[in-house]
Ligand binder design. Sequence first.
Ligand code: TPP
Ligand code: MG
Length: 319
Amino acid sequence: MEKEEYLDLYHQMVTIRLVEEEAAQLYQQGKIGGFLHLYIGQEAVSTGLIGPRQPQDRVITAYRDHGVAINCGIEPKYVMAELLGKATGTSKGKGGSMHMADVEKNFWGGHAVVGAHLPIAAGLALGDQYSGKDGVTICMFGDGATNIGYFHEALNLSKVWNLPVLWVCENNQYGMGTSVDRASAVSEIRQKAEGYGMPNSRVDGMDVLAVYEASEEILAKIRKGGGPYLLEAMTYRFRGHSMGDPERYRKAEEIKRWQENDPIGIYRAKLIEMGVATDAELDALDQQVEQEVAEATQFAETSPEPEPSALFEDIYADA
Ligand SMILES: Cc1ncc(C[n+]2csc(CCOP(=O)(O)OP(=O)(O)O)c2C)c(N)n1
Ligand SMILES: [Mg+2]
């Protein structure tokens, strides 16, 4: 990788972190309605995963989607405007936090029903296979989603039809307040792929370069007709399940231990150690992102609300 590419990954991770820290404040001020699920702590997963994708590769995820939207190339100002329910938002202010999408960026959302986007991912991949395109569908979901029927149906059919899907389980150790050990019959989620004869592996989801390398290699295999693959990324969400989670199910020491393993801090140290960038260069980049996020917030706050008539638009797709 060239220096710019290394720094671009860093820029994306810091952007996600600062956009979400700002969003948490706006939520507390009552400017963001509904639910807000933050991705803070998990930035290395989507950044590393989406880094090596080709433009024809589709991306689809669950409701923890702000970071994924940014990694797919949606500008922070459109993410922020969507969070505030403004007409300039990426889903015209009608989707909000959980329903970011931009088909032009090949980002297929943002889905609130746990596991429900997995069969949609299989359908997207079937469409590409049927029309002879070489795109891979990258489908991200949580550990909790792997205990849902949709997961098993989608994995099974993807293998039966040899669909080009990269299934990615973001194992952040909890589904709401329930730990993986209490909800899943197997502690290594990747083992669930064995039941469908599907290749699988685990990766350190706090190490953006490890995720990038795994993604690059697996995408190439799938693109060559290798069929579906399940990648389990080990990660942790530093904040509650959503805003307002009292977090009675995990100990402060556990959170602290993981926070000491901050994916941005790890990557920053690695960039310096590898001689890619100096402390001062990274500080300057941090400041640049602060400025960009302030501008994005300003754009969102001063954007108009959707017109009432917009309620009746975008309900049915044009044939
Ligand atoms: C079908 C369905 N059941 C329950 C819920 C409520 N719910 C929202 S998030 C969640 C936990 C999912 O955990 P996981 O898949 O691990 O994702 P994470 O929040 O950790 O990213 C649940 C049970 C839902 N949205 N949809
Ligand atoms: Mg989870």
